[in-house]
Design a protein around this ligand. Structure first.
Ligand SMILES: N[C@@H](CCC(=O)N[C@@H](CS)C(=O)NCC(=O)O)C(=O)O
Length: 250
């Protein structure tokens, strides 16, 4: 039976799982759970994941949620997955685990939240929140500094000094790449100072080509849409001398 992925490509944990399957030639069916329509709250989806979050998978009769648990499961359950993704060597695996755990405990108030409060919220029906965005920006900058000084210190191109990417590279890169949706000025202000992070992101994208960019393109398309809306509102404000021009719906 084909593996089913319950996902929305707007969500970074979902993108991680899709990219992993594509990179490793795992056959899957993508079931779209539309966050903007709150389909994760539907009774049907509750049967798949009672926690009502995405991603989730169904492999035969086995159901699983939590992106990191899913990545670990896929890396072990499917044949011929290259060892570098989730090393069998206990010490190497433990190090990969430490990055994954750090990411889930530290980053929820980092890039994901920042992007959510400053751009993505309306995509799932939640208004933007500039105060929360400012609060999370601090945490995000501190996390980027830590990635640069701790995880990217060694010689290799990838996290922990490795020459090939692991599921920790995939997951962390997907989370940080959510920042792509910011306008260019904010993106440069936040990521610009972190040259090693930028180089690692490039190396990760290249090592995972073409699937990384292809799956990430949902976000780039959303950015274009937001940009167009900003420009339209901006030009209406200019035309009206400061106040947005509100169009009649009729
Ligand atoms: N720790 C979870 C996070 C899952 C999660 O928060 N997913 C979000 C989308 S990015 C979601 O389903 N949100 C819907 C909701 O909270 O109602 C994972 O890594 O899978």
């Amino acid at each position: 039976m084909t593996l089913k992925l319950y996902v929305d490509r707007m969500s970074h944990p979902c993108r991680e799982v899709i990219i992993f399957c594509k990179l490793n030639g795992i056959d899957f069916e993508e079931v779209h759970i539309d966050l903007s329509k709150r389909q994760q709250r539907s009774p049907e989806y509750r049967e798949i994941n009672p926690i009502r979050k995405i991603p989730a998978i169904m492999d035969g009769r086995f159901k699983l949620s939590e992106s990191h648990a899913i990545l670990r499961y896929l890396a072990c359950a499917f044949p011929r997955i290259a060892d570098h993704w989730y090393p069998t060597d206990l010490y190497k695996r433990a190090k990969v685990e430490s990055v994954l755990d750090w990411q889930r405990t530290t980053f929820p108030s980092g890039s994901g939240s920042y992007v959510f409060h400053s751009v993505l919220g309306p995509a799932v029906g939640i208004p933007l929140n500039t105060k929360a965005a400012a609060r999370t920006e601090k945490n995000l900058i501190a996390s980027l500094a830590l990635i640069e000084s701790v995880w990217l210190q060694k010689k290799g191109r990838f996290l922990l000094g490795s020459d090939q990417p692991s599921i920790a590279d995939l997951s962390l890169a997907c989370e940080i790449m959510a920042l792509e949706v910011l306008d260019d000025k904010d993106h440069e202000r936040i990521l610009g100072p972190f040259k090693r992070v930028l180089k690692w992101l490039d190396d990760t994208k290249n090592a995972m080509a073409p699937h990384f960019e292809e799956v990430q393109s949902t976000l780039s398309n959303y950015k274009e849409k937001v940009q167009k809306q900003r420009n339209t509102v901006g030009s209406k404000i200019t035309q009206s001398g400061g106040k947005p021009v509100l169009q009649s719906k009729m």
